[in-house]
Design a protein around this ligand. Structure first.
Ligand code: BGC
Length: 255
């Protein structure tokens, strides 16, 4: 058990990659706080999976782009489990439009959730970890699109590009507190964020043609890397992005 005795918050853990990470962390012995947004029922699936093998878990509702809700998320976690060791900034949203037609309210929301959110969450988590005095781990779920342009996806790409530099900068600042900060950059992982592509076989085929391994990734394949980065084993790893994309970044073009 590589995360025995650790307390971890995973944002956006009700589905997709966040759910995969929350479940895997619990299997590795961590006590997990499932952050979700919307009705409490959305978190039930993740909680049921974790409780099925006797894992310890609570769910807390918090919109990551709202600093008061984030402060409450950290406070509830510490109240329930006494400390915070690991935070995974996973919550993310995505909608696509041609750039010239992109509605600004949607663009702002995407940047708020995908970039301002991780900044707020990382700041609040770092303050708590510094107070505790025994270091910590911040793992951000970025994307291949922190590096790779994707037409019709400008705000998302801009947010992920920003997350890349947020990570690099705060990794340097927080190193003296023994808090490490790293990004995971997934490619096409089979989750609800790509439901539109999964529903259109021609589009799905085009996407798969861009991936040397020629298939979707699975949330659990991302979760394995998250466990490593969150564990004591990764003690000398900070300020980097680790891509997990079936080779997508090594192939030119964009579908
Ligand atoms: C996006 C997906 C996209 C994938 C590969 C992810 O960051 O959320 O919509 O399929 O990158 O392009």
């Amino acid at each position: 058990m590589r995360l025995q005795g650790k307390v971890a918050i995973v944002t956006g853990a009700s589905t997709g990659i966040g759910q995969g990470i929350a479940v895997r962390f619990a299997r590795e012995g961590a006590v997990v706080v499932v952050d979700y947004i919307g009705e409490a029922s959305v978190a039930e699936a993740t909680i049921a999976k974790i409780e099925s093998f006797g894992g310890r878990v609570i769910a807390v509702r918090a919109d990551v782009s709202d600093s008061e809700q984030v402060a409450n998320l950290i406070a509830e976690s510490v109240k329930s489990f006494g400390k915070l060791d690991i935070i995974v900034n996973n919550a993310g949203i995505e909608t696509k439009h041609d750039f010239v037609d992109f509605p600004l309210n949607e663009a702002r929301k995407i940047i708020n959730v995908n970039l301002v959110g991780p900044l707020i969450v990382a700041q609040a988590a770092a303050r708590q970890m510094i107070k505790q005095g025994h270091g910590g781990r911040i793992v951000n779920i970025s994307s291949v699109h922190e590096d790779l342009p994707m037409p019709t996806n400008a705000p998302y790409c801009a947010a992920k590009g920003g997350l890349r530099m947020l990570t690099r900068t705060i990794a340097v600042e927080l190193a003296k507190h023994n808090i490490t900060v790293n990004n995971i950059g997934p490619g096409a992982v089979y989750t609800p964020i790509d439901a539109d592509i999964q529903a259109q076989p021609e589009l799905e085929k085009l996407l798969m043609a861009e991936i040397p391994l020629n298939r979707w990734g699975q949330p659990d394949e991302v979760a394995g890397l998250a466990v490593y980065l969150a564990s004591d084993e990764a003690s000398y790893v900070t300020g980097s992005t680790y891509f997990i994309d079936g080779g997508m970044l090594r192939q030119a073009g964009s579908y």
